[in-house]
Design a protein around this ligand. Sequence first.
Ligand code: HSE
Length: 330
Amino acid sequence: MKLSVNIALLGCGTVGSSVAERLVHDAATLERRAGVRYELRAIAIADARKARPASIPAHLFTADARRVLDDPGVDLVIECVGGTTDAAEFVERSLARGRHVVTANKDLLATQGPRLHAIAAGRGVTLRFEGAVGGAIPVVRALAESLAGDDVRAVAGVFNGTCTSVLSAMEDGQDYGEALRDAQRRGFAEADPSGDVDGVDAAHKLALLVQLAFGLAVISPRIPRRGIGGVSRADVERARELGFRIRLVGAAVRADGGAAAEVAPLLVPDRHSFAQTRGVDNVARIVARDAGTLELRGPGAGGAATASAVLGDVVSALRVVAVEPSGQCE
Ligand code: HSE
């Protein structure tokens, strides 16, 4: 039983800074819910010269992520670095040292998830990633926990807010480039938005849902995808005249011990819930043998929305760490 859990946060960008602010300012509430006290030991950042929110105590920042990871007192690591280079090393190193990890890194888990989950299982620690799919929508927990006693047959949805922003802005008369720049300004698009518009980001999220829903070690490069680059304003307008909207849809169906999965821009009837997404909205539809058809929707991106999911995982992880015997980590 631990009296206090030590947390390290890696990364302080859009999501990381929202997580840090909540950890600092909502500590009493989060500790009450977790049933244990915690200390945010350090926030590792790549660029020490970059301005950081004044609401986060400056002494927490360090540019030496490896020193943070080597601190034997750290019990729980929150990875908000993003990407697959440093983040892969940091997550693997944390798990291998017996630390629980929370991440929202879909790129990493969609390409290396099966390997990282195996390391976590081997060390008896948890790797939580609710924020990696659907922002604030609790779809990971729904598949991993709520539906664990059912048999999920299909998952589908609209999982990329940038594409929905661009397509819905084109419905309002903006052109493609203008709409994409607007999504970038509003912070939905990735640093390199080609992964959004090419369907790579949606394929990452679909891969994670397939892993969870069907228990298959599918990685995202295996999922066929088409993005929205070929969709013109004329296509969008013609679709509207015919009673449809175009949305980037990801869908996977269980089939013969495997799954058929694809990401593509589809014509969706106006009244369908997938068509009724705008801006950053995501929607996830799950079809299960006993539960029937479930649908979850909400903000799929943005610092605060994604931090909500990350912090839910942090509270869950704190509850686990709290009851571990001391000295679990290396
Ligand atoms: N770039 C992503 C999107 C952010 O547009 O949905 C959330 O994963």
